[in-house]
Design a protein around this ligand. Structure first.
Ligand SMILES: Cc1cc2nc3c(=O)[nH]c(=O)nc-3n(C[C@H](O)[C@H](O)[C@H](O)COP(=O)(O)OP(=O)(O)OC[C@H]3O[C@@H](n4cnc5c(N)ncnc54)[C@H](O)[C@@H]3O)c2cc1C
Length: 497
């Protein structure tokens, strides 16, 4: 049974959903009496807002946190947490499907228990929501306000009829799914990350529009649940930002899973015929029609800047880039900063968190920490995962830096062979004639875990040769990093001889 509580649709009979709502939007919540002036007012209680509010309160600042929907924002409620929980179960189904490869056998008719797997997703979300709960924030010294924030001046805003004055403010209102301008799509109805985790039945046939991280992760997960999945991507390869060989491997993995791949293809229009959605797609001049039961879009995210009345606060913004900030995350108003998806090019949870920490230090302590000083890794959680940190080769070339690359294919790594997870590689770029690490791309089952070693080396200024002397437990897939480091070391030794 779905009930609307404070305008948020939730299953009131589900114990996990009740717990999550109790944590992230308590139904009996009363906003506090505002303080005379806050040291820091934070607008938006997603990852960036929560981190800033907690950190500032721990440093004895008087802090208010405003949220119009659910504490935890995108990551907890409709992003990283539910998607990764779903992906984990999809991997299990893929492993059961491939059981013979591992010398095991399963009945041929493995049934996907969709209600049970969604129950697991809800349970995980409820458990993680405890850390983001309104009551925990109050206990940490944060004044929590539910309602929509509107700036009324360069040092004041309103929420739920109350006026909050501030010495400093941080805008952390995040981003929402972009709606592609495809004739007929809105009328036909479609899924985004905002409603995909609430479906109660698997569609038989699914079209995913968009081959970025979200589209790729969801297409593979649904395909592995037995949904006949087609993915349409406007560009010639998935994940256009990643190196071509990494994106090509992902295409190969999708083909192996049985995903119908349509690259270089656009969706022209959507029509409805009874319960079916008829989708016209075009590649060059070749037109085709696909019939599906559901459409999921993953065509990008747009910053939430509407309704904040940023003009009154003297904060510049536009609808594509969001709030304009400098390298110190200051907006045009010296009292107001921004962090997270609302202002950053890299829309990741870790970046939202790191940018919020920079704001607290710069706003409250007059530090001058720069966004550009961060080393930001990221990962797309497909199978294999694709993780990256630092420069791509093309970026190094644009900066006229000569690059030498050391590549270890995963099929040369004993643990990957033992695990039957040989698809992928570790690639590390160094500045030519040095061992200074410029960047790395890892394609491997656990690339997201492995990239941290390279990130640490880059942040600490550790050259690749030194990693050759770091003993990695045998056998691990991360040993591929040591092998790349060995290869780098050998080039120096042979240059000397
Ligand atoms: C499906 C999906 C999977 C993802 N997976 C990953 C992943 O695996 N790893 C990763 O690093 N990143 C991932 N991301 C990205 C990550 O979720 C975001 O980068 C991160 O949540 C951004 O945090 P934020 O605080 O900037 O914004 P949000 O978390 O979006 O928070 C913004 C908050 O501001 C509130 N708000 C907006 N306007 C107002 C207003 N006027 N007044 C008051 N409140 C307001 C919103 O309700 C929201 O709660 C994923 C995203 C999606 C969609």
């Amino acid at each position: 049974m779905l009930q609307r509580s404070d305008n948020f649709e939730t299953d009131a009979t589900d114990v996990d959903e009740r717990e999550r709502m109790h944590n992230v939007r308590p139904s009996d919540w009363r906003n506090p009496q505002p303080a005379q002036r806050y040291d820091l007012v934070v607008v938006g209680a997603g990852t960036a807002g929560l981190v800033a509010a907690r950190t500032a309160a721990a440093l004895d600042a008087k802090v208010a946190l405003i949220e119009r929907a659910l504490l935890g924002g995108t990551c907890l409620n409709i992003g990283c947490v539910p998607s990764k929980a779903l992906i984990r179960t999809s991997r299990l189904y893929a492993e059961m499907r491939d059981a013979r490869q591992y010398g095991a056998s399963f009945p041929n008719d493995i049934r996907v228990d969709f209600p049970a797997l969604m129950q697991r997703v809800r349970g995980i979300r409820a458990r993680i929501s405890r850390a983001d709960s309104a009551h925990a924030l109050v206990a940490a010294g944060v004044d929590v306000f539910f309602g929509e924030a509107h700036f009324i001046d360069d040092d004041a805003l309103t929420v739920d009829g109350a006026t909050l004055r501030f010495k400093k403010a941080m805008i952390a209102t995040g981003a929402r799914p972009d709606m592609p301008a495809i004739p007929g799509l809105a009328a036909a109805g479609y899924l985004t990350n905002e409603n995909a985790f609430d479906i109660t039945q698997l569609p038989r046939r699914l079209l995913v529009i968009g081959g970025g991280p979200l589209g790729c992760e969801m297409a593979q997960a649904f395909c592995r649940f037995g949904v006949k999945t087609t993915i349409v991507q406007h560009w010639p390869l998935f994940l256009p930002r990643e190196e071509r060989d990494a994106a090509q491997l992902l295409s190969d993995a999708f083909a192996r899973d049985g995903i119908e791949i349509r690259l270089d293809t656009n969706v022209e229009q959507v029509r409805v015929d009874g319960a079916e959605k008829i989708v016209d797609i075009v590649r060059d001049d070749y037109r085709n029609t696909i019939t599906v039961d559901a459409i999921l879009t993953g065509t990008g995210r747009v910053p939430n800047v509407d309704g904040l009345n940023l003009e009154a606060a003297g904060v510049a913004y536009d609808r594509d880039r969001g709030v304009h900030v400098d390298d110190f995350l200051r907006t045009g108003n010296p009292r107001i900063y921004a962090a997270g998806d609302v202002c950053l090019e890299h829309k990741f949870n870790d970046t939202a968190e790191a940018s919020a920490r920079i704001v607290v230090q710069n706003a409250l302590f007059r530090h001058r920490r720069r966004l550009s000083a961060l080393t930001i890794p990221w990962c797309t959680y497909t199978d294999p995962e694709i993780a990256h940190v630092g420069l791509y080769v093309r970026q190094a070339r644009e900066r006229r830096i000569s690059v030498k690359t050391f590549t270890i294919p995963m099929h040369d790594v004993d643990r990957a062979i033992a695990d039957d997870e040989e698809m992928g590689f570790v690639k590390i770029h160094v500045k030519e004639r040095t061992d200074q690490i410029l960047g790395s791309t890892i394609v491997a089952r656990h690339a997201g875990e492995m990239i941290s070693e390279i990130t640490l080396a880059m942040v600490a200024g550790i050259g690749l040769r030194r990693l050759a002397g770091v003993i990695h437990p045998y056998p691990t897939q991360a040993d591929a990093i040591r092998k790349a480091a060995d290869a780098c070391d050998r080039t120096f030794l042979s240059a000397k001889s």
